[in-house]
Design a binder for this molecule. Structure first.
Ligand SMILES: [Zn+2]
Length: 188
């Protein structure tokens, strides 16, 4: 699937999921009605509006010199290594989520956390907010349940990584390009 088709299909999937999951008011159980002129459903009894819900999540590429720390999630249907990701908790800033998720999942501290870009992700109706961050300390440790293992990888010795179209892959490819540019300055 190309990027444009993926974006359109993802948008359609998210809206269709919202529509079927908000047929009744969450407060009083009355069937909701579509609102004319905007993408919303509304309860006719207490007027509560229901808009498509988006769940923000952060996704972080952790680097140390020319290496990156990638983790293998135990729930992936097929084994591959990827960046660390997690949903934003209520009351949390994106920066706080980055530090908390990375500490929880792989046990390390970060510095120089910088925004990379974002990508709507239809599965889980999420908006993935990507960051690059540098390793600042701590020992790599995983819980063995959610994260099966996490390891440092050199850019020329990578495991199986996420497919194209994912922001995880964009993060990894961008870092590889930066390292290669550093290693062969005549090419820049
Ligand atoms: Zn209601």
């Amino acid at each position: 699937m190309d990027e444009a088709t993926f974006a359109v299909a993802g948008r359609a999937l998210s809206i269709a999921e919202w529509d079927v999951s908000h047929r009744f008011c969450g407060k009083c159980g009355t069937p909701t009605q579509l609102v004319a002129g905007e993408r919303a459903r509304r309860c006719p009894a207490d007027h509560t509006p229901y808009y498509p819900r988006i769940s923000p999540a952060v996704i972080v590429l952790i680097t140390r010199g020319d290496q990156m720390l990638l983790a293998r999630n135990a729930t992936f249907p097929e084994p591959f290594f990827s960046t660390v990701a997690g949903f934003v908790d209520p009351g949390e800033s994106l920066e706080e989520t980055v530090l908390r998720e990375v500490k929880e999942e792989v046990g390390v501290d970060l510095k120089n956390v910088t925004y990379f870009g974002s990508q709507p992700w239809p599965f889980g109706r999420s908006l993935m907010v990507g960051f690059m961050a540098e390793y600042a300390g701590g020992e790599v440790t995983v819980d063995g349940k959610e994260i099966a293992e996490a390891r440092w990888f050199n850019v020329d010795d990578l495991p199986r990584i996420p497919p194209r179209l994912s922001i995880a892959r964009h993060l990894i490819d961008t870092f590889i390009d930066r390292v290669k540019a550093r290693q062969s300055p005549s090419n820049t």
